[in-house]
Write a new protein. Sequence first.
Length: 227
Amino acid sequence: MASLPNNIHVSTHPCLLVKLSLLRSKSTSAKEVRTLVHEISLLVAAEALASSLEAIDGPKDVTTLGFEYITSQIAPEGVCLVPILRSGLGMVDALLTLLPEPVPVHHLGLYREPSTLEPVEYYNNLPNHIGDPASPGSGKLAIILDPVIATGGTCAAAIQTLREWGVERIVVLSIVAALPGVQKAAGEWPEGVQIWCAGIDNELTDKGMLQPGLGDIGDRLFLTIGK
């Protein structure tokens, strides 16, 4: 594999490698697909947020044995989740499980036009108040949830949309990415984006699908194969 830019991180966790192998299989049931997407997302997010967030001292509390201690909390930087519809929805619960406090979840709907493979935005519910500190929807860090990065066009478009919206940093979490696609996405805003994924495939088919890939993970999650 060609050397990757510094803002692309591929996990070497053995448990992730095994789970990704199971997710690739066509014999894996829809229920198992949903479970594997959740578990892989949880592991990738744990690695990514370890270097993207900071824990600071919070107020004092008392243990069940009566001992006083200093609590920990995430540094007060606004964080939001941005799943890419549809498949990004399969990663949301894992992030909400991992994060110690609820965060806003904004949705972006993007699809690839079949003939050109170019991204088309069909839904955007980002609020307009990203710069307002009093708003619960505002934030400096946006976490894009995009399970499969193929040509990279959709991910790059989402990055550009969020950059224009006003975020200061973006973390992209993906399950598997094509090498040319993830390089394209990483180059959209090199100084502001970090991409974390469980695996990278080197090739794309002529229809823009990863090889060997996972198939259409949205169809597998939502039982719409053959629609």
